[in-house]
Design a protein around this ligand. Structure first.
Ligand code: FMN
Length: 323
């Protein structure tokens, strides 16, 4: 058993988190992570309406009696979703852990606190983590530059970002980005983190609701097979290398603006990748950790393996260096 401030404070068995993932963070995956003793997050905005989210929470409860949470990602948008209604659905459903991401959670925090909900805020820099600590979140997940999705614009990888955050913060820290096995978990703990968050690794499990071909592609791809899109728009996203992501980068390099790539990056095209397994239908999110992933285990196999190998690494390999 690995006990950390995170497992104690958030009441989970293992210091392993499955962060919010658009289209992927659904009941089956979240419940499988929970049943394996990790902390899974349903992705609120994958559900078209707050009522759908209520139903997804219920569906998850039917599959597990262990704790799980809901991720709410707030990104700038022309037609923002009804965030307050989603928050209400979470609170009224009795969920006790929320992962916030994308922007400052301050406006929502008092409501979560009043409802006795613990908040884990995901961010990509020490200064944003400090801000989150100041406003009263219970823990932070910090994404290094390796991560899938939005790494921010500072380009600081986890090897520097995590110890820098550990030095500056009092609250529990979850290291995120580039972690896929026991070595990453032990390294994160050594760097000062209290646990790890994984996206790409959990997307490539039996219970993940994406097409088998996507999982096989993650296994096939190496650590160099990602692209950084939207760099020129100050909204960098790390996605899987494919025909579409390469084209987007090319258009940006040639001076293109969002309008020039709007159709290529449309969410509906990305969903076709996950649903139909058409790997070049659109943009889909994956991280550099693809290079460390070479199987498609169940969540239980993955988490048990990580925890037992981590214990072995600590008590055998690391201890053997101490004379
Ligand atoms: C398919 C996919 C979708 C994601 N969608 C979201 C999201 O909606 N909100 C969010 O906060 N993070 C999102 N992420 C990021 C993950 O929660 C996590 O921070 C990231 O994957 C960590 O990097 P890793 O993939 O190297 O483990 C997504 C990641 C993936 C792979």
């Amino acid at each position: 058993m690995l006990r950390t401030r995170f497992t104690e404070r958030f009441g989970v068995e293992h210091p392993i988190v499955q962060g919010g993932m658009m289209w992927v963070g659904r009941a089956e995956l979240v419940a499988a992570v929970a049943n394996a003793g990790g902390l899974g997050f349903i992705t609120a905005l994958t559900q078209p309406t707050p009522d759908d989210l209520r139903r997804e929470i219920e569906r998850t409860r039917e599959l597990t009696d262990k704790p799980f949470g809901v991720n709410v990602t707030i990104l700038p948008s022309i037609n923002p979703p009804p965030y307050e209604e989603y928050m209400k659905a979470i609170i009224e459903s009795g969920v006790k852990i929320v992962e916030t991401a994308g922007s400052n959670p301050e406006p929502f925090l008092p409501y979560y606190k009043d409802a006795g909900i613990k908040v884990l805020h995901k961010c990509t820099s020490v200064r944003h983590a400090l801000k989150a600590e100041r406003i009263g979140v219970d823990g932070v997940s910090i994404d290094g530059f390796e991560c899938a999705g939005h790494p921010g614009e500072d380009d600081v990888p986890g090897l520097v970002l995590i110890p820098a955050a550990a030095k500056a913060l009092e609250i529990p820290i979850i290291a995120s980005g580039g972690i896929g096995d026991a070595r990453g978990l032990v390294a994160a703990l050594a760097l000062g983190a209290d646990g790890v968050n994984m996206g790409t690794r959990f997307m490539c499990t039996q219970e993940s609701p994406v097409h088998q071909k996507v999982k096989e592609q993650i296994v096939a791809q190496g650590e160099r097979d990602t692209q950084l899109i939207f760099r020129t728009m100050n909204n960098t996203a790390r996605v899987a290398d494919n025909e579409i992501s390469r084209k987007v980068v090319e258009i940006e390099k040639a001076g293109g603006v969002f309008e020039d790539v709007r159709d290529l990056v449309a969410g509906a095209r990305g969903r076709r990748v996950f649903e139909d397994g058409d790997l070049n239908a659109g943009i889909w999110t994956a991280g550099q950790v693809q290079g460390l992933i070479d199987d498609i285990p169940t969540c239980d196999e993955l988490i048990s393996r990580m925890v037992s190998e981590a214990e072995g690494l600590i008590t055998d390999r690391l201890a053997s260096f101490v004379r």
